[in-house]
Design a protein. Structure first.
Length: 94
């Protein structure tokens, strides 16, 4: 699945009012992990991931941010994408 498609799917889940909250959160978490695997395949291998430079990681995510900027729900999408790193809760999901 391409990063653009993942971001579009995240937006669809956020906007969907028919899906129960817990199911939406689970879908968003799965999509976030999928996006990380696309952007930083090394994420699944901690010993390799920790050797990536901060600049390299920022460069990869910069392209993703460009896609996200096109969406009205960009703040929520960025929150979802940050979830694997922050383990934040999804208090805002309705």
């Amino acid at each position: 699945m391409s990063v653009k498609h993942i971001i579009h799917k995240i937006d669809e889940v956020i906007q969907n009012t028919d899906t129960p909250r817990e199911k939406k959160i689970q879908s968003l978490q799965n999509l976030a992990v999928t996006c990380w695997q696309e952007v930083i395949p090394e994420y699944s291998n901690p010993s390799v991931f920790k050797n990536l430079s901060s600049d390299e990681i920022q460069t990869r995510w910069a392209n993703v941010r460009d896609y996200v900027e096109k969406y009205e729900s960009k703040v929520q999408i960025l929150y979802v994408l940050d979830w694997p790193a922050s383990s934040g809760n999804f208090y805002w999901v309705k």
